[in-house]
Ligand binder design. Structure first.
Ligand SMILES: [Zn+2]
Length: 403
């Protein structure tokens, strides 16, 4: 589906109708007209166009309230596709997904150390081309490409302003991809994309205030307020990895001292274990390391599962620091729920228990002490699914437009 068709589908009345069918389908034409307060002929003609386009299909017959049974309408989720990309900092993950989030194809490319902007862009293009070549018969049915990029992103221009771990600035992702591919392109920060994935594909679509926190090599948050992503004035809302936890702490990549990222990220866990092992602290971790299993967060987790005291302590401390960071967030935004994702979250209760205990001790009121904190249930490709959701939100969501 070319860029023009996407624009055509998201015209105001079509978006309203699509969204209503998505939320309440199977639904009859008559009920649609009643719900969205458009005349039956208007609804009828727009539905006819949407059916011709293939995005809406007729489903089983509904219950009759006297007379002929009405034909029900549903979104044709399996008929259209979106390419979603989780971009960095370690690899580029490409998925082809249908509108319901079912993954058809998955491709992964490692990002080489010291990558240039040009190479980064050409790797992106190559991955997309690989998916398009594999699925050339359905190219017409791809409605767009979403990119979930680590670091600070200008969503209006689709530019990566600063990708700290790759140490790259001002990558014109949207502009370059639009030159190469005739699809609608959306670019967003990865943690915010993860938050959208939770909102769209997770079990919590009715949660209006929620924060999704991605804890991996870096730490970032996607903040949802009143069902909408909050980006802030200059696109840096949610950069909680650079929230200062200890002004006398270690130097961070950003130049400040004692950022949350320096005490609670994947690399911070590894650094702490390394320095304890160097001091001679007793642990089985040393014996687990070999050429196949270098020191990693996963290995520390394995040691913790076997009862290793050092591993358990390091994960516990990480959870406490995260708890301090999240308590700060609770005091600023007071969300109803916090969802934890990313590599570090795989350590599960070794991290979650001390994290929750810290919030229970430090948050100001009894309600906020019990703020719900849960692991993401979206699995391995959560952020790439968030990149898919960037297009879905645009296609279905009408609340940003004037009605
Ligand atoms: Zn920092």
């Amino acid at each position: 589906m070319q860029r023009g068709s996407f624009q055509w589908m998201k015209s105001l009345n079509k978006s309203i109708i699509l969204n209503e069918i998505r939320k309440n389908g199977p639904i009859s034409r008559a009920q649609l007209a009643k719900d969205i307060k458009l005349t039956p002929p208007t609804v009828g003609s727009i539905v006819k166009e949407l059916i011709e386009q293939g995005i809406v299909k007729e489903s089983e017959q509904g219950t009759s309230q006297g007379g002929r049974k009405p034909t029900m309408l549903v979104i044709n989720n399996e008929e259209f596709y979106i390419i979603g990309i989780d971009a960095g900092p370690s690899d580029l993950e490409f998925i082809l997904s249908d509108l319901a989030g079912n993954i058809v194809t998955h491709v992964i490319t490692e990002i080489e150390l010291g990558i240039t902007k040009e190479k980064f862009l050409s790797d992106l293009k190559q991955g997309i081309t690989e998916i398009l070549n594999k699925h050339s018969t359905i190219e017409e049915k791809i409605i767009g490409i979403g990119v979930a990029m680590h670091g600070v992103v200008d969503v209006d221009t689709g530019t990566s302003l600063f990708a700290p771990i790759l140490n790259l600035r001002d990558i014109p992702i949207k502009e370059e991809l639009e030159k190469e591919f005739n699809f609608t392109i959306k670019v967003e920060n990865d943690a915010r994309s993860l938050a959208l994935a939770e909102l769209w594909f997770g079990l919590d679509s009715d949660v209006s205030s929620m924060i999704a926190v991605n804890i991996g090599r870096g730490i970032g948050a996607g903040i949802i307020i009143n069902g909408k992503l909050y980006r802030g004035e200059n696109n840096i809302a949610g950069e909680i990895g650079h929230m200062t936890i200890d002004i006398n702490g270690e130097k961070c990549q950003c130049g400040n001292n004692g950022c949350l990222q320096t005490v609670a990220s994947g690399p911070a866990i590894i650094d702490k274990v390394k320095s304890e092992l160097a001091k001679g602290t007793e642990s089985m971790i040393g014996s687990l390391i070999d050429s196949d299993f270098p020191l990693s967060g996963e290995l520390v987790h394995r040691a913790a599962l076997q009862g290793d005291e050092l591993a358990i302590k390091v994960l516990h401390d990480t959870g406490r620091f995260l708890g301090v960071g999240l308590t700060n967030l609770i005091h600023v935004f007071n969300p109803s729920k916090i969802i934890i994702g990313g590599g570090v979250s795989k350590a599960g209760n070794f991290i979650l228990d001390p994290l929750k205990q810290t919030i229970a001790v430090s948050a100001l009121t009894s309600e906020t002490k019990g703020t719900v904190v849960v692991e993401s249930k979206l699995g391995e490709h959560a952020t790439a699914k968030g990149a898919v959701a960037l297009l879905l939100v645009e296609l279905f969501d009408v609340s940003n437009e004037e009605i």
